[in-house]
Design a protein around this ligand. Structure first.
Ligand code: UDX
Ligand code: ADP
Length: 463
């Protein structure tokens, strides 16, 4: 029997877009996305589809088309669980902030709560799919909870990690490089795998649907993110060397990227990687390695994070030292706050840490980001607990207009590579700034020669 009803617990950056695409591609499947967060669900149901809580190019169109037909958003978690044949768990798995593994291990409390809820509510057999990125062998823990606290119904656990990148989520979901499904090796496990394969086969060619055992699937997700993050830290390490030697990191990246064994992608030097996955997943990998006594493996991967922290910190220090060793009372304008372009997500964004460093130096910061709200910026800074919320309030201002944001600034720092920054009237911005007018381009987004011609004192990364 094929799957006709799916429920997804968690309506976030992964659950929302993934389910919208499944609903869009599988009109015969009823897809219900549930979340405890009432405000989030209300926004997914907003009659004006532009107000959905996740900004992704192409997403609102897909939601508009499927919503109310076979795609539903609800806070009625129990009902949706009981009705579905297949339940995706797509809740957040932040890094632990307390107890054993603090600052490293994934906090699985939301996952465990979901498992307990499914066990309590389910009255028919279910296939439970891990969508959230999880430490290796979490499936085993979920299975234990389900089997020992359930109502005697059968549960099959699958691991189906999501490889979408934010900003290109819809594109990645519609045409994934691969879909990975891990499951039990026994007959029941293989049947469950087959049912999920059938769902994806509605639009993904079968040779791109990979099936493995559970542990390989879980570890592959952590490994993929670790390798990607490692590339960014590697090129960022070289960027610092370029600044000392007179080499240009863009030229180096191009030269090495043309080697087909290395490849050109993910070699853009930057102010540092952010996002909800890279740091968390590497910390997780480090924690797992340590817990098996593999100290060298742990140290090797931890260095990727150390390098990234160094890159963010180095950017802030460069601003301070270039502005004659003091930014106290100076207006510094941030263009961009999101962790990358084309998303409103700010989790672990480099901007947060650079701002924190500069606020410690008593700078006044103005921020313009096309998609991030003032409330989000405040909440990101307050979350660090470096300063009181009212102090953050006074020291940082968000603007709705980039030209206003840059007016009377001592310096501009580019933190996100939004395309629109390239087409600004930079002469107009220069004219309205204090002189000398500094630009610190944390994304190597602008044309250095043109900026210098206008009169800016311009510094990119790695040149
Ligand atoms: C990542 C993985 O790419 C994706 O497969 C996984 O499912 C989730 O984690 P995401 O975090 O959404 O996706 O974005 P990604 O494009 O990977 O960028 C992560 C960070 O690295 C961003 O801050 C980005 O600006 C930075 N980055 C990326 C660079 O600084 N240079 C690069 O060359 C590439
Ligand atoms: P991701 O980027 O992995 O999608 P998000 O933090 O954006 O992560 O989304 C996770 C969502 O899961 C949040 O909206 C949160 O409210 C929801 N959530 C967490 N635990 C539960 C639960 N037990 N039941 C329903 N929703 C949950």
């Amino acid at each position: 029997m094929s799957i006709t009803s799916i429920c997804c617990i968690g309506a976030g950056y992964v659950g929302g877009p993934t389910m919208a695409v499944i609903a869009h591609k599988c009109p015969h499947i009823k897809v219900t996305v549930v979340d405890l967060n009432e405000e989030r669900i209300a926004r997914w149901n907003d009659p004006n589809v532009e107000n959905i809580p996740v900004y992704e190019p192409g997403l609102s169109e897909i939601v508009a088309q499927a919503r109310g037909k076979n795609l539903f958003f609800s806070t009625q978690v129990d009902e949706a669980i009981d009705e579905a044949q297949m339940i995706f768990i797509s809740v957040n798995t932040p890094t632990k902030t307390y107890g054993a593994g603090k600052g490293m291990a994934a906090d699985l409390k939301y996952i465990e709560l979901c498992a307990r809820q499914i066990a309590r509510v389910a009255t028919t057999d279910k296939i439970v799919v891990e969508k959230s990125t999880l430490p290796v062998r979490t499936a085993e823990a979920i299975k234990n909870i389900l089997d020992n606290t359930g109502n005697g119904v059968q549960f099959q656990i699958l691991s189906n990690p999501e490889f979408l990148a934010e900003g290109t989520a819809v594109e990645d979901l519609l045409a994934p490089d691969r879909v990975l499904i891990g499951g039990g090796t026994d007959e029941a496990g293989q049947i469950a795998i087959k049912k999920l394969v059938e769902v994806y086969a509605n639009w993904v060619p079968s040779h791109q649907i990979l099936t493995t055992n559970l542990w390989s699937s879980e570890l592959s997700k952590l490994t993929a993110n670790a390798f990607l993050a490692q590339r960014v830290s590697s090129i960022n390490a070289i960027s610092e060397l370029c600044e000392k030697t007179g080499a240009n990191v863009n030229e180096v990246a191009k030269a090495i990227g043309m080697d087909s064994r290395i490849g050109p992608k993910f070699l853009k030097a930057s102010v540092g990687f952010g996002g909800s996955c890279f740091q968390k997943d590497i910390l997780n990998l480090v924690y797992i390695a340590k817990s098996f006594g593999l100290q060298e493996v742990a140290d090797y991967w931890e260095q990727v994070i150390i390098m990234n922290d160094h890159q963010k910190n180095r950017f802030a220090r460069k601003i301070v030292s270039t502005l004659y060793n003091t930014v106290s009372g100076k207006k510094i304008t941030f263009l961009g706050w999101a962790f990358k372009k084309d998303t409103n997500d700010t989790r672990e964004s480099a901007a947060i840490y650079v701002a924190d460093d500069l606020l410690n130096e008593q700078a006044q910061i103005a921020v313009y980001d096309p998609k991030v709200s003032a409330r989000q910026i405040q909440s990101d800074l307050n979350y660090l607990e470096t300063r009181l919320p009212e102090e953050n309030d006074k020291a940082i201002e968000s603007c709705n207009d980039p030209y206003e944001a840059c007016k009377n600034a001592h310096a501009i720092a580019i933190l996100t590579e939004w395309d629109e920054f390239k087409s600004y009237d930079w002469q107009r911005i220069y004219d309205a700034m204090l002189k000398p007018a500094f630009v610190f381009d944390g994304r190597n987004l602008l044309d250095a020669d043109k900026m210098k011609e206008i009169g800016f004192l311009y510094q990119g990364i790695g040149s």
